[in-house]
Design a protein around this ligand. Structure first.
Ligand code: UDP
Length: 481
């Protein structure tokens, strides 16, 4: 089929590098391996414009088109609205722009499917309107998906205002016992507006033809099997594990001070420390982490962000008071003398590192991570075990999954002595450390197999794309007769 008349899948990524990165990779795979054309739709008010423009410009080489929808006003939302609510509203209010775009695309090629991400359930009726399949892309995993499904099913028939709380402990199909404190933020408390918004979104998901989930069967086998059963029984749309969708390291700049520094470190000697595209620690947490890294005696590469100031008392920890800080320099918030004392074995860089390259560098041996799902998959794909330090959103759920179920992470309390002990254990410990190192190696191989031709995730994408193409051609024929 000529590239121009290939069935065309339209993917819609809500703002945030963590949503955009895996969706860009999904679009790229549909085009490169599964015979589709693809457009990736984004929004104009992106929170990390530098990261996003790099992601999007790298796509042009892969024949994925990109379109940014015009801005819509969100001024009427309460200033304390949950980010999830904001993203759902943004998607819903952009439907007229999206409809116009889809009409445009469909005049040139048959539409294969419409795939908004997790926050785009309001967009699904547009797929029905155009008579094309609507799939939801989940940038996180089947465990978070199962949590969402549990909350939705628990509230079947309940009216808004009468939603029921999830139990304090939820036993998930993969055997994980998830505690309330580890529920993704929006699922913790039924009295919060976000809970209602998530339940409503979950109900709309039932109209989807399926979910594409950024995980792989071998990482969450129990969940995958139960979701298959649910789909067979028709209680919830099928969930297809299609990951890990990771941006290739060639998309990242290879010239960086971090990489030069890593080149000079012994193989398997460095702990990489980072909290995703947006996560920042409080001043207290920064101090505990710094002390823990210092006490661990290990080499480290730390991507430092400006601290989040709520509740933090900077003067207590830096000995210099909060007022003389350089407003733009996160390194100025590290504890007094820390950089000097660790010089030679530690490197702290401000704000950003080419993470996929860092994790796949031979010097990198462990990852102190907020357990954002992209970071997690990047770590898994490089066979790097983790020390879990979740901050918010669904990171605690991920941390529980990784430490208690998958077995690739240790999860210390965020206090100096525990951090130092966990870092030492992951790097060289003979018990728990050895177990997570071995498991990280096994999972790395399973991830590579899943995405290779014939692997579980590759086959899922082939199956889904095959269905879409056949249906698109059927619709086209019908139109012509
Ligand atoms: N990232 C990066 N350099 C950094 C911090 C983050 O390249 O210094 C990338 C990282 O590789 C990952 C994404 O940003 O692909 C962060 O996504 P994740 O889901 O881990 O966390 P979020 O940013 O959504 O909290």
């Amino acid at each position: 089929v000529a590239a121009s008349s290939r069935p065309h899948v339209v993917l819609v990524a809500s703002p945030g590098a963590g949503h955009l990165i895996p969706m860009a990779e999904l679009a790229r795979r549909f085009v490169a391996h599964h015979g589709l054309a693809a457009t990736l739709v984004t929004f104009t008010d992106l929170s990390a414009p530098n990261a996003n423009s790099a992601i999007l410009s790298s796509l042009s080489a892969s024949q994925v088109s990109t379109v940014a929808l015009p801005a819509v006003s969100l001024d009427d939302l309460p200033s304390d609205a949950h980010i999830g609510t904001v993203l759902m509203e943004l998607m819903g209010r952009s439907i007229p722009h999206l409809r116009a775009l889809l009409r445009d695309i469909s005049s040139a090629a048959p539409l294969a499917a419409l795939v908004p991400d997790f926050f785009g359930s309001t967009v699904l009726p547009l797929a029905a309107e155009l008579g094309v399949p609507g799939y939801i892309f989940c940038p996180s995993n089947l465990t978070v998906h199962a949590l969402m499904r549990s909350a939705v099913e628990l509230n079947d028939g309940a009216a808004s205002g009468e939603y029921r709380d999830l139990p304090d402990v939820l036993r998930l199909p993969g055997g994980l016992l998830l505690r309330r404190e580890d529920y993704a933020d929006g699922f913790k408390n039924s009295k919060q507006p976000i809970y209602a918004h998530l339940i409503e979104a979950g109900r709309r998901y039932r109209a989807a033809d399926g979910f594409l989930v950024n995980t792989f069967h071998e990482m969450e086998p129990g969940n995958a099997e139960v979701l298959e059963q649910a789909a067979e029984q028709g209680t919830f749309p099928p969930a297809y594990p299609v990951g890990p969708l990771i941006r290739p390291s060639s998309d990242e700049d290879d010239a960086s001070a971090c990489l030069d520094w890593l080149d000079r470190q012994p193989t398997g000697s460095v702990v990489y420390v980072s909290f995703g595209s947006a996560g920042s620690l409080s001043v207290e947490q920064t101090a505990e982490l710094a002390a823990g890294l210092e006490d661990s005696g290990q080499r480290f590469l730390w991507v430092v962000r400006m601290p989040s100031l709520d509740g933090g008392n900077s003067a207590m920890f830096t000995g210099r008071g909060g007022s003389d800080k350089d407003d733009d320099d996160p390194l100025a918030w590290l504890p007094e003398g820390f950089l000097e004392r660790t010089s030679g074995r530690g490197l702290a860089v401000a704000s950003w590192a080419p993470q996929v390259r860092v994790l796949s560098h031979p010097a990198t041996a462990a990852f102190v991570s907020h357990c954002g799902w992209n970071s997690t998959l990047e770590s898994v794909a490089s066979g790097v075990p983790m020390v879990a330090w979740p901050l918010d959103s669904e990171q605690r759920t991920n941390a529980a999954l990784l430490s208690e179920n998958v077995g690739v992470a240790l999860r210390p309390r965020a206090a100096r002595a525990e951090i130092a002990a966990a870092v030492r254990e992951v790097m060289g410990g003979e018990e728990k450390g050895r177990a997570v190192r071995l498991q990280a190696g096994e999972l790395q191989q399973a991830a590579a197999r899943a995405c290779a031709p014939g692997g579980s995730s590759w086959q899922m994408l082939e199956e889904v794309a095959g269905k879409w193409k056949a249906a698109a051609l059927g619709r086209q024929k019908q139109k012509m007769t």
